[in-house]
Structure formats: structure tokens, C-alpha cells
Design a protein around this ligand. Structure first.
Ligand code: GLC
Length: 743
């Protein structure tokens, strides 16, 4: 025993010292190279351009060392030629980094990040990112701009699609999983891709959910809600950061010294590189923060932005700013060191070229299987009246209604530049492949696309429903309605889809509604009409096989909402970790219940809407299964702990239904009284477990004072003594609670 311990110790020690030696040698190589570089060559490394193809201008810029990294070239031959020019025809032979947005897949497309968050399965998110990195790196891409870890509470914002939802903890866990998947075990491996924690910071707080809009975030909320996923990214060794387009309290991130230097560098000790967003340095001029491009370049380098993506602010101004003494050369050297460090860590100096793969690196069977499983785990069962689902395989006829049942491009979702829709398998396709020989499948697209306002085909759809044993109605958003600059002030179903749901309801046939969307939608009426609802944030290449397995019970829904589903857009922002207020909602009187002529004092004076009440349509963490899970009242290892203790909270979860299935067990905590009012509850941990029918598992969590701490008005993160309430539950609105004291 002792001998094996010594061997392990020596091995670990050797590994650590090997890494340390490698890092030291990289620093030596960086310093040596910087000493050889001219000022223009240094500024060239700080310039990132979108370059596709081998233009004469681009070739000339690479030869003369005016560009350090390119984005958007994805042809392996071109990538290798661009790299050859940099390595063999420029004065110092510094290799390029080729970058591309690989947000939820390169060729094999996984669910959009909001969908992946719905799986509450970090392991599968990590595996999906690993496959994405393997596919992307096979053409020479070694840097991608993911994960997007902007917490947001506003479904009007199109980029909610790329986020992991409203919760800081869930976003942190998913962001780290994606970073680890992209970067692999070591960055120097050819299949590893540098990740990019973006958009730093508080981009998801955009006012009114309108993209690029201003944000006003008190520092306490910045630290409580928006920064933790980025700190988790630093701890997970995210290779790069990207600043955001928005201003925070009047200072655009691209010129925000507080964010990029005080917090990221000084407080967190980050030594990776920071890239601007596309043109965001120049955009400080329309922001009204910089008077011209020269001013923008200066404020950005002072704020610690190492690379200028597509503003040409640095390439046209930095040399002159240094020569005039306005910017110190040490600031330039620091930025160049960050850039060279990444190139050394990626192994690009030693292996700059991408070998042509021996066989097709895309759509491998195991990649497609993983994409299907991710889509399955990302799908949320919102309703299942009378256990309509799963469908019996003995049905004779099924009506499939709605064009989203067969839209190869829309099921992929936003931000998938290199996807090949022809390789998508749609629900209709999968249904025909699996059941076409024994079930009569009647397909009625009815609406040509989600915004189609025509009711010309409604009668055919209703006829098909009436004549079938099962009815599956597909509704939602086209992919083009979500993503960057795709904000909607009205988040109802687009087009005449809601009217179509109403017509199918009038057919009298029970029906399943499958929602495919890039954001939460306001679906109260439609959910009320449907008998069963499967909800997907655009689920990628393998949406079809996933949906069909779920419809027929070959797979059991386990997804949980990573974002609250509002009843009405006017409720936004509506989220689970809200404050209690001095008048929590009670004695709610809805608008239609008020008697005509009722006096002003007749209504209860508490916090709710007359027309929407105070609850969402479905809460954060919500998702049903085909089985039923029973939770015991949580139990505690102690009713009080001090600041150094660890409290164990546990409960029995039992599968009392008819299907073996997974369940996401969630731990929520409330600080009952604080020096600042605290949220009604906060997600602290979660575990996804699998239980055979009839099986019981004791699920336990450990809580320390660190878990109970929060940023106070002295800007100190600290746990305060007092009473705490804890839940172990299936979602953010259910479960029994127990109390304990922190001494
Ligand atoms: C975009 C996005 C950013 C993306 C970058 C490069 O405008 O804001 O997320 O990575 O440009 O495409």
C-alpha cells in the first residue's frame, strides 16, 4: 500500500513539475521572441481579421506580419496555405491561429446551448463539445468563441438561444463542461480547440431584451449573478475571453478597465488573452465613449483588450500611440505575450499544419448517436394529460401537422455556420424510417413556415387529425428568428400557429404539441389546449430520431427548464430566484373577477399582476417524466453548523411509476434574513440520477458556509449567521423544506 502511494505521489509530482518546466520554457520562448519583434510586428499580432480564401492583400498582410489570427476560413487546404505563408514567408515565422464560431457543433449539430442546458447533464455537454472540437480542428480551426456564458432572464433577447439560461450556478457548470470538452486534456493536442468565455460581461442584462442595448448593473448584482460563470471559466483554465458589445453603467466592455483589468487580471489572476467582439472597439465611437478610432484604440489597450477583432483600430493606431508616448510599449508587450502564450500552448510553433484526415471526420456514427442522446436529454415534457404519451406502437394512423416537423434547417437552430441541413434527420423522416411500414403517416405542413399567416390549409389539417389515431402538432420558431440581433417584443407563436392549435383542438382529437424554438415562448393558451407537450430548444441534426424515440417511449423525457416560461411577455423579467418583497403575492384577484364598480380598496395590496398573477407558466427546473418520482422530506445531518462545518442534506427519491427513467434532483437554499434582502431561493447543486421503476435512492448534498455566502454592501462575499431554508426538489417551485442555523 505504502509503495503504491509513493509511486502515485512521485508520478503526480513528476507531472506537475513537467508542466511547470513546460510553462517556464514557453515563457522563455515568449520573451526571446518579443525581443526580436519590431513594434509593427507586435501590433500585427494584435490584429484579427475575417479572412476567407487567399487574397493578394491577405497574403501580403500575413507576409509582413500585420495579422496574428484569422476567423472564418474553414477549408483545410487554404488554412494550411495561409499558415505556410505565415510560418515560412514572414520574417519571424509566427504561426496564425485560425478561429471560428463553433457554438453547438461544427458539422454534427447538437442542441443550441439553451437546449443543452435543459439536459442538466454536464457530462453530455462536455462530450458534445469534444466532438465539436474534433470536427472543427480537423480543418485547422484551433480557437472557437464558445461557451457563451451570459446569464439572462429575458426571452425577448435573441441570444438567449446561445446562453445556458437564467441561473448563475447552472450556467457555471455548463460553461465549464463546454470549456473542458473543447480544450481536451491538453491544449497542444491537435484535436484541442481554445475556448472563449464570452461575452464579458453582463451582455444578458441588455435593457428590454433588445440586443446590443445598454445595461445598468449594480456591482453587487454583477458579482452575484453575471460574473460567477466567468470566474468558473477562469478556474477551468479557459484559454481566452471575449468582451461584450454593451456598456455597463455607461462604460462599454471594450474600454472597461474595471472589468478587464481590475477584476479579470488583478482579482482573478487571469493570464489568458482577451479578444474584442466583432468591431466592438470601433463601436465605442457610436457608443459616444470615444471621439475617434485613435481614442478607441487607446482606451481598449488601456482596458486590457489584447486582440482587436475586425475594427482595424489597433493596426492603424497603436504604433503611433506608442511612438507618441500615449501608450507604453510594456502594455503592448503584455498583450503580445498573452497572444504568443496561446500559440505556444496550442503547439502551433511546433506543429502549425493540419494533416488531411484519413477518413471523414464528420458525422461519425458515435457522434450522431451522441447528438441524438443530447437531443433526447434536452427535451422537456411540460404536460402529459391522461398519460397520452408514450404512444402505442399499435396505432394504425398518425397525423403529423406543421412544417417544423420536416424543416432540416430550422431544427438546427441559430449559430451553426458550417452545418449541412441536408444531413439533418427531421421528425417526419425518422417517423417514416422507423414506423412507415406499419403506421399510416399523414403529413400536413399546413403552414409553409412559422411566420406563415395563411389558414388556407387548416381544413386539411383538421381532417387529417379527425381521421387519425394520434395527432402530433409541431409549432415553434424558424431558426432565423433566434440568435444575434433577433429580438422579439412579442414572444407568442409567430404567424397563424396559435390559430392552428385552436383548430386542431376543435377537432376533438387528443393531440401532442411539439414545440421547437430558440427561446421561451408565451404558450399559455396553446398548452391549455394540448393534451401533451414536448418542448425543445432547437435540438440539432438528430432532432427527428430523438423526438420519435420520446413519442413512443423508447426514450423517457428527463429535460428540465433552464429558464422560466412566462405566461405573458409583460411579466418579464420573471425568474425563480426573485426577491420576496415586503408584500409577497397573496389573495390574488384576477382582472375578470373584479366586480364592476368595485371600490379601489376592494383588492388585496400585494405584488402581482391583475391579468397574469404572480407565477410563470412553468418554473425554472421544471420537467415531467413518463414515470413519477416521489421525494421524501429532506433530512439534515445537523440543525445547526458553524462556519467550518459541512452540513449534509439528503432525501429519498423513489421511482413509483412504470418506467425506468432519469431525474434531476435539485438543491435550493434561502437565507431567511440577511444584511441585504436575499432571493426566495437559489439553486446550489443538482444531481441527475437514474432509477429503475420501484427503485429508491438516497440523494445527498453537502453544504458549507461558502455555499451560503453572498456579496454584501461592503463588497465582501461572506455568509451571515442566522436561519436558512433548504429544499431538495424536482423543480424550483416544488418540494418540502427544512431549516437549519448557521452559527
Ligand atoms: C459576433 C458575436 C460573437 C462572435 C463574433 C465572431 O458578433 O457577438 O459572439 O463570436 O461576432 O463571429
Amino acid at each position: 500500500m505504502k509503495k503504491s502511494f509513493i509511486i502515485i505521489y512521485l508520478f503526480v509530482f513528476a507531472l506537475i513539475s513537467c508542466n511547470k518546466q513546460r510553462e517556464d520554457s514557453i515563457e522563455l520562448r515568449i520573451n526571446k521572441l518579443i525581443k526580436q519583434m519590431t513594434l509593427d510586428e507586435k501590433v500585427g499580432q494584435m490584429n484579427q481579421l475575417s479572412g476567407v480564401g487567399l487574397s493578394e492583400d491577405m497574403i501580403e498582410m500575413i507576409k509582413s506580419g500585420q495579422v496574428g489570427t484569422l476567423l472564418n476560413e474553414v477549408d483545410i487546404e487554404t488554412v494550411n496555405e495561409l499558415q505556410r505563408i505565415a510560418v515560412e514567408e514572414s520574417r519571424l515565422g509566427i504561426p496564425l491561429i485560425i478561429a471560428r464560431d463553433v457554438i453547438h457543433g461544427f458539422k454534427t449539430i447538437f442542441p443550441i446551448p439553451l437546449g443543452q442546458a435543459s439536459s442538466w447533464n454536464p457530462e453530455i455537454v462536455k462530450s458534445a463539445a469534444r466532438v465539436s472540437a474534433q470536427e472543427a480542428s480537423s480543418v485547422g480551426i484551433r480557437w472557437t468563441f464558445a461557451p457563451m456564458i451570459d446569464v439572462t432572464r429575458d426571452p425577448r433577447w435573441g441570444r438567449i438561444a446561445e446562453s445556458f439560461g437564467e441561473d448563475s450556478h447552472l450556467t457555471s457548470v455548463m460553461g465549464v463542461a463546454m470549456i473542458e470538452g473543447l480544450q481536451g486534456d491538453t491544449l497542444s493536442h491537435p484535436s484541442s480547440v481554445a475556448s472563449c468565455a464570452k461575452h464579458f460581461a453582463a451582455y444578458g442584462a441588455t435593457e428590454s431584451g433588445k440586443d446590443y442595448n445598454t445595461t445598468w448593473v449594480p456591482e453587487i448584482q454583477l458579482r452575484e449573478l453575471y460574473l460567477p460563470p466567468f470566474k468558473a471559466a477562469v478556474d477551468a483554465k479557459a484559454a481566452t475571453f471575449m468582451c461584450s458589445f454593451n456598456d455597463i453603467n455607461g462604460v462599454p466592455s471594450s474600454g472597461n478597465t474595471f472589468l478587464n483589468r481590475m477584476i479579470l487580471r488583478n482579482e482573478w489572476g487571469y493570464n489568458g488573452l482577451v479578444v474584442s467582439d466583432w468591431g466592438s472597439i470601433e463601436q465605442m465611437i457610436p457608443h459616444g465613449f470615444c471621439k475617434d478610432i485613435n481614442d478607441a484604440a487607446k482606451k481598449s489597450i488601456f482596458a486590457g483588450i489584447d486582440i482587436d477583432m475586425m475594427s482595424n483600430a489597433y493596426s492603424l493606431n497603436l504604433s503611433e500611440l506608442v511612438q507618441s508616448g500615449a501608450v507604453s510599449i510594456s502594455m503592448i508587450d503584455e498583450a503580445v505575450a498573452n497572444i504568443l502564450r496561446l500559440k505556444f500552448k496550442l503547439g502551433l510553433f511546433d506543429n502549425p499544419y493540419t494533416p488531411k484526415p484519413d477518413n471523414n471526420p464528420f458525422y461519425k456514427p458515435r457522434s450522431l448517436e451522441l447528438a441524438k442522446q443530447t437531443a433526447i436529454e434536452s427535451t422537456i415534457l411540460l404536460k402529459n394529460k391522461n398519460n397520452l404519451l408514450p404512444l402505442s406502437e399499435n396505432i394504425k394512423k398518425i397525423a403529423v401537422i406543421g412544417s417544423l416537423a420536416d424543416s432540416k434547417i430550422d431544427q438546427l437552430g441559430t449559430w451553426c455556420f458550417d452545418a449541412e441541413p441536408e444531413n439533418s434527420i427531421t421528425p417526419l423522416q425518422a417517423l417514416k424510417e422507423q414506423y412507415g411500414s406499419k403506421i399510416d403517416i399523414v403529413y400536413e405542413p399546413t403552414l409553409l413556415y412559422s411566420r406563415d399567416k395563411s389558414d388556407l390549409n387548416f381544413k386539411k389539417a383538421v381532417k387529417a387529425a379527425k381521421e387519425s389515431d394520434a395527432v402530433i402538432l409541431f409549432v415553434g420558431e424558424e431558426a432565423v428568428l433566434s440568435g444575434e440581433a433577433r429580438c422579439r417584443a412579442d414572444i407568442n407563436l409567430p404567424g397563424a400557429q396559435s390559430e392552428l392549435v385552436n383548430e386542431i383542438k376543435k377537432s376533438g382529437k387528443p393531440f401532442t404539441m411539439v414545440v421547437m424554438t430558440g427561446r421561451p415562448l408565451t404558450l399559455e393558451k396553446e398548452v391549455d389546449m394540448a393534451d401533451a407537450v414536448l418542448f425543445q430548444f432547437h435540438a440539432g441534426t438528430m432532432t427527428g430520431p430523438a423526438i420519435v424515440d420520446l413519442l413512443f417511449g423508447k426514450a423517457i423525457p428527463s429535460g428540465k427548464l433552464p429558464i422560466t416560461l412566462p405566461r405573458m411577455v409583460g411579466q418579464i423579467p420573471i425568474y425563480y430566484s426573485h426577491k420576496k418583497t415586503g408584500r409577497p403575492a397573496s389573495n390574488i384577484t384576477f382582472i375578470d373577477e373584479i366586480e364592476v364598480g368595485a371600490p379601489q380598496t376592494s383588492l388585496g395590496f400585494t405584488s402581482y399582476f391583475l391579468d397574469a398573477g404572480d407565477t410563470p407558466l412553468f418554473p425554472f427546473g421544471y420537467g415531467l417524466s413518463y414515470t413519477t418520482f416521489n421525494y421524501s422530506i429532506p433530512q439534515l445531518s445537523s440543525t445547526s453548523i458553524n462556519k467550518t462545518d459541512t452540513l449534509t442534506v439528503f432525501c429519498r427519491v423513489r421511482n413509483i411509476g412504470e418506467f425506468d427513467a432519469s431525474e434531476v434532483v435539485q438543491l435550493y437554499v434561502r437565507d431567511d434574513v440577511g444584511s441585504l434582502v436575499r432571493p426566495v431561493k437559489e439553486l446550489k447543486q443538482f444531481k441527475k440520477i437514474f432509477l429503475k421503476k420501484g427503485q429508491t435512492e438516497i440523494v445527498d448534498f453537502q453544504i458549507t458556509a461558502e455555499d451560503l455566502s453572498f456579496w454584501n454592501s461592503d463588497m465582501v462575499k461572506r455568509a451571515e449567521p442566522g436561519s436558512f431554508t433548504v429544499w431538495i426538489a424536482s423543480d424550483s417551485r416544488s418540494g418540502s423544506d427544512v431549516n437549519f442555523i448557521l452559527e
